[in-house]
Design a protein around this ligand. Structure first.
Ligand code: NAD
Ligand code: ZN
Ligand code: ZN
Length: 366
């Protein structure tokens, strides 16, 4: 029997997204129905709502950073099982595409998703953001997108592993491969950037420079492991990073804003042969002109990182374990907990820079 659910639906680019009732068809083969317990509000959802990211696809069921409980499974599903607590992954490698076949599942070009079985009250098919949709009471995903974790871990904190935390920690560990004793600079200290800082700390970097334009974000960044902070509004951040690194620049730089000027700064604050990792989503339009000889003279490399090059089946349980051991700080990323009907306010708070993450917590009567 179809499930009646409630969720935050964006119908037109730029217009407010509202809570609506919708229906979910029964899980088909290899699909699972998940009751959402908590969902983080990532900046990418704001881009989707504004029509600057994945613009062809309205109406969207927003949200892609979620933790929940499996309520029903379709034919052939062995893992997860009904009752399992799961974190949802927006990349579930297919095992068969040209990347999976050569051992690069982090680049999977045919990530597994459920069939589109979610319909608004007016009959329109809903497009769940990044194939998940988590600002809702229930959602339908491919079984491979639902990664089991221990049932006693807090859903709000666990939900953040589903995107922002994994992206940031993975960017440091996997995309950059940060080595012990090195230096790193992180541009943009929101939920993603602060997770890069934690990843760099876990990998053993000894100089971690947080760069932001908001003093509050810089203060928070210290709590996640930044050893130095640079306010980019108070002068040239590249010059300041050079000063802090004996004139050399950093071994690794991370762009977690999505703007041309911060990418340029991240490229040119590196030491010789340093690695720059581009994480921020710029949306359509921005371009960047570069001094190519300066780029050549620096050497090194530029990596775009999707989802921190993670493998959710390996990395979600790992990050959950690090949280349990106190090595990965997630409590301080949850700036606010909110209800399903407060997501517009959460986007506004994000734009005002007041939050690292607003987390929607679903109570059983919603
Ligand atoms: N590559 C991926 O797989 C992936 C995954 C998740 C999110 N993202 C993207 O990562 C970016 C960050 O996401 P978030 O949720 O942390 O966003 P956020 O809004 O919480 O954080 C962005 C931060 O950048 C800071 N900032 C703005 N302009 C700046 C400047 N000129 N210099 C330095 N800092 C500046 C802001 O003050 C803020 O602290 C977004 O573009 C998001 O879409 C990418
Ligand atoms: Zn694949
Ligand atoms: Zn995200």
């Amino acid at each position: 029997m179809p499930t009646t659910a409630r969720g935050v639906i964006a119908r037109t680019p730029g217009a407010p997204a509202r809570v609506e009732e919708f229906t979910i068809g029964d899980p088909g083969p290899n699909e699972v129905l998940v009751r959402i317990l908590a969902s983080g509000v990532c900046h990418t959802d704001l881009g989707v709502k504004q029509g600057t990211y994945g613009s062809s696809g309205f109406p969207f069921l927003l949200g892609h950073e979620g933790c929940g409980i499996v309520e029903a499974v379709g034919e052939g599903v062995e893992t997860p099982q009904v009752g399992d607590r799961v974190i949802l992954a927006w990349r579930a490698p297919c095992g068969e595409c040209r990347f999976c076949l050569v051992g690069q599942p982090n680049l999977c070009a045919a990530s597994l998703n459920a069939e589109k079985r979610m319909r608004a009250a007016d009959g329109q098919t809903l497009n769940p953001v990044l194939g998940i949709g988590t600002f809702c009471t229930h959602t339908l995903v491919h079984a491979a997108q639902a990664i089991p974790i221990a049932p006693d871990l807090p859903p709000g904190q666990m939900s953040l592993i589903g995107c922002g935390v994994m992206t940031g920690v993975g960017a440091a560990l996997y995309s950059a491969g940060v080595r012990p004793g090195t230096s790193a600079a992180v541009f943009g200290c929101g939920g993603v950037g602060d997770s890069v800082i934690q990843g760099a700390r876990l990998a053993g970097a000894t100089t971690i420079i947080a760069v932001d334009i908001d003093p509050r974000k810089l203060e928070w960044a210290r709590g996640f492991g930044a050893t130095h902070t640079v306010n980019a509004r108070e002068g040239d951040p590249v010059a300041r990073i050079k000063e802090l690194t004996g004139g050399n620049g950093v071994n690794y730089s991370f762009e977690a804003v999505g703007r041309p000027e911060t990418l340029e700064q991240a490229l040119f604050c590196r030491d010789l042969a340093g690695t720059c990792v581009f994480i921020g989503v710029p949306g359509p339009g921005p371009t960047l002109q570069l001094d190519l000889q300066r780029l050549f003279d620096l050497g090194g490399n530029l990596r775009v990182s999707w989802y921190g090059d993670c493998l959710p089946t390996r990395d979600f349980p790992l990050l959950a374990a690090w949280y349990r051991q106190g090595q990965l700080k997630l409590d301080d990323l949850v700036t606010r907990t909110i209800g399903l009907d407060e997501t517009e306010e959460a986007f506004a708070a994000m734009e005002r820079g007041e939050t690292l993450r607003s987390v929607i917590v679903l109570s059983s009567d919603q």
